[in-house]
Structure formats: structure tokens, C-alpha cells
Design a protein around this ligand. Structure first.
Ligand code: FAD
Ligand code: NDP
Ligand code: 3IO
Length: 427
């Protein structure tokens, strides 16, 4: 504990100090929080902490900020909620950005955000273990660098910002290994240009699956979409407003079920009966379902019109895959040149965080739902696991920074007072 006191003393004089404890053990004491992940959530947390006077260290496994957006999304991607619902704390989007910024514009905004708050993540640090060491009351965060070099960061506060979309979900489908064509997840898909004239099977009809199908159509490919369950498709905009914005506004005055009924009636007027095209709706309304299970409704930007026209064919679940053909549960068999898995993502927290109370080891999300999932015990925090997109991440980041900020100031005051007192006691 003497060692700790010494460090706290140094922190009080130089709160930005991050010094090597032992070169050989590659161990680093971090006076402030360690944030794992330099996506929008990690950046928002670091900025809010800085605003509260707390320096932090951000560890990122890839070589850039917002790696999901920069490396794992397709070219035609735009935000599907209006920009005012996607801005991070303390810095709005530029006025000249469109309502739905492109992915390039969103990344540009995030780069400017990191620059403005002088956030310089340590890149190439893949965190493989995070564990609370009771004996010193600190978190030990172990990471592996690009060349396999190991590091250990020791800190009072650990902020988990690895995201709801950390790893691709790749389902086990009978015979998938036998398929002769290309099989890729949407996180590796960039553009339909390489599929021109090809028959492509897209598996999964969330926002990714629908948009990839649309993109394939726009590049003269021939997509089919596997829909295994009911899905809510809503137009992205209705009555001259964004569906999301309108929903948020209506929710201020009306109960969720009534707003859901309104959304379904207007969607029916704009899109027609989606069940006629093979897209049955869940019994529970779109907002209630999002609230209960986190399942995001599809915000349609043109795929439904292609489904109606027959340019995108709807197919049921896959039974098994062969060399070229795919057999579906209705017994039909069709040949495809490529398969794209739009089967979603999962959290990777259970793989590296050795903690069982705050995070569920089943799905890697905080057990307590929004707005209470951001804080655990022993200085553990979560940002961006709210199933409420960037808006939820911003709310978490603000709360975390305020909470750590109070503790940081109290401790800094304590160290300064004790240091002053010990100086005055000296002869
Ligand atoms: C295609 C797509 C479009 C979306 N569009 C919207 C939208 O329009 N509006 C909206 O509100 N939300 C949207 N979302 C939701 C999305 O979750 C957020 O946009 C946002 O990216 C979440 O930010 P995050 O920082 O929590 O997670 P991420 O952006 O995933 O960032 C997490 C970071 O942590 C890093 N990381 C993970 N594990 C480790 C580890 N073990 N060690 C070190 N680093 C690690 C990752 O490399 C990554 O850089 C979209 C999601 C997707 C997939
Ligand atoms: N423009 C934008 O802003 C975009 C936003 N996003 C967001 O990114 C996040 C991830 O979206 P997305 O990648 O679409 O993932 P989702 O988890 O939203 O959707 C995955 C889909 O795949 C289906 N699925 C999973 N496994 C199988 C299987 N074995 N066979 C058949 N179907 C299967 C799921 O069906 P089931 O429901 O039955 O489990 C579900 O429909 C979401 O929050 C989404 O809103 C994504 C793209 C664009
Ligand atoms: O894109 C996503 O997945 C989001 O989580 C954004 C979002 C949060 N709440 C919603 C309600 C309806 C549609 C999208 C979202």
C-alpha cells in the first residue's frame, strides 16, 4: 500500500503522469481510468472525463479510432437516425452535414472529436484480460500488442467500451464448409460492385441484410434474402420527419403502445402490408420490441420497393448447404455464387473480463437494463451497452465522467491536504 500512496502523491502533482512501474514486466500504472475501446463510446467517455478534469488511457485493438465504422462497414452506409440523435457529448455535428451523414462524414466527425479533446488512444492493444486485484484494490488490464508483446495496465477505474458489435455472429449451418463460392459476413462486405451478374444469398434481415440486398440490386447482382422470423420494417421517414424523431416526440405525450400503433398504421399506408411480401410483423410493436429485446426495427431506405418488384427474393430458413446449392426448410433447392451472412454481432466482454456480477456471461451485456447498466462495483463502468445506439452511449459517458470526476476531485483534495499537512509537520 505504501507504493500506492507514493503513486497517489505523484498523481496529485501531475495527474497526467503515466509511468512505467517495471520495464521488464511491461507494467504501467495509470492514475485515471483505463477505457477499453476507441469507438464512439470510448471517445465520448474520454472526452467527458477530460471535461471533468480526469485524464484517461484509451486502449484500442485496431490501428484506428471507430474501427467498426472505418473497417467493418459497407461503403453505402449512412447513419439511419438523424444526426442530432447521434452526436456525442460536448460537440455537435457541423451544420453543413446532411440530416443522415454518410459513414465518411461520421468518421470525419469522430476524428475531429478525438482531436478536439486531445484523445490519443494506444492502438494495437487487444485487451485479453481484465481482473480486479482485491489485494491492492486495483484493476489489472492485460493486453497483447500487434507483435505479441504483453502489457499490463493497473488502474483504479476500468471503463468497458468494447461495444455491442465487437464480434461477428457466424451461425453454424449444416454443410457451410462444403460451399464452393465465397461466404462472408456483412462486416467484410464493402460493395455490390464485385457481385455484378451473380446470384447472392443474404442470410438475416436486420438493417444490414436489407441494405446489403439493396446495394446488390444497385450493382446489378441478383440477391435473395433469408428471413427466418417476423420483422418490423418501418420507413426511415414519415410525414416529412424522421420516424425515429417523430417516435421520440410522440413518446413524450403518449404511451409506447399507442405510438407503436400509430407507427404501424403510417407504415402500412406508406409501405403496404409487408406480410404480403414475406415479411410478417412481430405481435409486439416496434418500439416495445426494441425496448424489451433490443431488436432494432429495419428502417427502410429502398430495399422494400425492390422486394415488391421481385428484385430481392424472400426465402425461408436454410436446411443445409451443398457445393453450389442451398436447401431451404420448405424443401426447395437453389444455386448461389456467394453467401453473405447478415447475422449480426455480439459483445466480447465475457471473453476477457473476469467479472460476473455486472456483466452477464451469456450475452456480455450489463445485467441491469438502461439507464442503470453503466456502473458496477470496484470502479467498473460500461459505456455503449444500452441497446439504444449512440444516444445511449452519450448518456452513459456523461454519467460515468461525473461519477469518476467526483471521486477524482475528492482524492486529489485529500492527497493535497495530507501532503501539505506532512510538509507543515516537518521540522
Ligand atoms: C452498420 C452499423 C450501423 C449503425 N448505425 C447506427 C446509427 O445510425 N445510429 C446509432 O445510434 N447507432 C448505430 N449503430 C449502433 C452502433 O453500435 C454505434 O453506432 C457505435 O458504433 C457503437 O459505438 P461503440 O464505441 O459502443 O462500439 P464500437 O463502435 O464497436 O467500438 C468499440 C471499439 O472497441 C474495440 N475493441 C473491442 N474489443 C476490444 C478489446 N478486447 N481490446 C481493445 N479494443 C477492443 C473495437 O476495435 C472498437 O474500435 C450502428 C451499428 C452498425 C453495426
Ligand atoms: N444504416 C444504419 O444505420 C445501420 C444500422 N445497423 C445497426 O447495426 C446493428 C446490427 O445490425 P445487423 O447487422 O443487421 O444485425 P441484427 O442483429 O440486427 O440482425 C441480424 C439478423 O440475422 C438474423 N439471423 C441470425 N442468425 C440467423 C440464422 N442462422 N439464419 C437466419 N437468420 C439469422 C436475425 O434473425 P432473428 O431476429 O430471428 O434472430 C436478424 O434478423 C443493429 O443495431 C442495426 O440497427 C445495421 C446496418 C445499417
Ligand atoms: O441502429 C441501432 O441499432 C440503434 O440502436 C439505433 C436505435 C436506437 N433506438 C432505436 C429505435 C428504432 C430504430 C433504431 C434505434
Amino acid at each position: 500500500m505504501d507504493n500506492l500512496r507514493e503513486i497517489q502523491g505523484k498523481m496529485a502533482h501531475d495527474p497526467h503522469c503515466v509511468f512505467s512501474y517495471s520495464r521488464y514486466r511491461r507494467q504501467v500504472w495509470v492514475p485515471g481510468p483505463v477505457i477499453v475501446g476507441a469507438g464512439p463510446s470510448g471517445l465520448a467517455a474520454a472526452a467527458c472525463l477530460k471535461e471533468n478534469g480526469v485524464p484517461s488511457v484509451v486502449l484500442e485493438r485496431s490501428n484506428c479510432i471507430a474501427s467498426l465504422w472505418q473497417l467493418k462497414t459497407y461503403d453505402r452506409l449512412r447513419l439511419h437516425l438523424p444526426k442530432k440523435f447521434c452526436e456525442l457529448p460536448l460537440m455537435p455535428f457541423p451544420d453543413d452535414f446532411p440530416t443522415y451523414p454518410t459513414k465518411q462524414q461520421f468518421v470525419e466527425y469522430l476524428e475531429a472529436y478525438a482531436k478536439r479533446f486531445r484523445i490519443e488512444p494506444v492502438f494495437g492493444q487487444s485487451v485479453e484480460r481484465g481482473e480486479f486485484d482485491e489485494s491492492v484494490g486495483m484493476w489489472r488490464v492485460k493486453s497483447v500488442g500487434m507483435k505479441g508483446e504483453e502489457m499490463e495496465y493497473v488502474c483504479r477505474w476500468l471503463v468497458v467500451a468494447t461495444g455491442e458489435n465487437a464480434e461477428a455472429v457466424v451461425p453454424e449451418v449444416k454443410g457451410m464448409g462444403e460451399f464452393c463460392g465465397e461466404v462472408k459476413h456483412t462486416s467484410e462486405y464493402k460493395s455490390g460492385s464485385v457481385y455484378e451478374g451473380k446470384k447472392v444469398l443474404v442470410v438475416g434481415c436486420g438493417n444490414s441484410g436489407m441494405e446489403v440486398c439493396l446495394d446488390l440490386c444497385n450493382h446489378n447482382a441478383n440477391p435473395s434474402l433469408v428471413v427466418r422470423d417476423a420483422v418490423h420494417v418501418l420507413p426511415r421517414d414519415m410525414l416529412g420527419k424522421s420516424t425515429f424523431g417523430l417516435s421520440m416526440w410522440l413518446l413524450k405525450w403518449f404511451p409506447m403502445r399507442l405510438v407503436d400503433r400509430f407507427l404501424l398504421i403510417v407504415s402500412w399506408l406508406i409501405l403496404g402490408n409487408t406480410a404480403r411480401f414475406g415479411l410478417d410483423r412481430p405481435v409486439v410493436g416496434p418500439l416495445e420490441l426494441k425496448n424489451l429485446s433490443g431488436k432494432t426495427p429495419v428502417l427502410d431506405v429502398g430495399a422494400l420497393a425492390k422486394i415488391k418488384k421481385g428484385d430481392i427474393k424472400i426465402l425461408p430458413s436454410i436446411e443445409r448447404i451443398g457445393h453450389h446449392g442451398v436447401q431451404f426448410v420448405n424443401g426447395k433447392i437453389e444455386n448461389f455464387d456467394a453467401i453473405i451472412l447478415a447475422t449480426g454481432y455480439k459483445s466480447n466482454v465475457p471473453y476477457w473480463l473476469k467479472e460476473k456480477e455486472m456483466f452477464s456471461d451469456k450475452d456480455g451485456f450489463p445485467r441491469r437494463p438502461f439507464p442503470n447498466g453503466w456502473k458496477g462495483a470496484d470502479g467498473l463502468y460500461a459505456v455503449g451497452f444500452t441497446k439504444r445506439g449512440l444516444l445511449g452511449a452519450s448518456a452513459d459517458a456523461r454519467r460515468i465522467a461525473e461519477d469518476i470526476g467526483k471521486c477524482w476531485k475528492a482524492e486529489a483534495n485529500h492527497v493535497v491536504t495530507t501532503t501539505k499537512r506532512s510538509f507543515s509537520l516537518q521540522p
